[in-house]
Design a protein around this ligand. Sequence first.
Ligand SMILES: [Cu+2]
Length: 117
Amino acid sequence: MRFFLFLFVSCLLILPPKLQAQEKTPKVDTLHIETSAVCGMCKDRLESELGYVKGVKSVALDLGTKRLTIVYRARKVSEEALRQKVADTGYRADHLPANPEAFMALPACCQAEGCSH
Ligand SMILES: [Cu+2]
């Protein structure tokens, strides 16, 4: 038990300098995510939901390819967090399946492939 406490305290001591080092190199990255978006409503929904995420600079969904292009600051938000946000909005994000509850909350049209809105 003491050992774990020691580890925990060590982590606290080691982490801050690392975070500071990352802050010195502000970097903007671009991430592409394959989604299961089907229509213009999906596009609006995903773009606005992802737009709220801290660290995200811009979001654009190409409905032709269903690909989401996100420009973001890597030191503020991770790729995993961005994919998770897409999944939590009700859409598949690459290999991450959509959150079932969020998916069921989508309008019926948005749950089906081939929606023509
Ligand atoms: Cu839709």
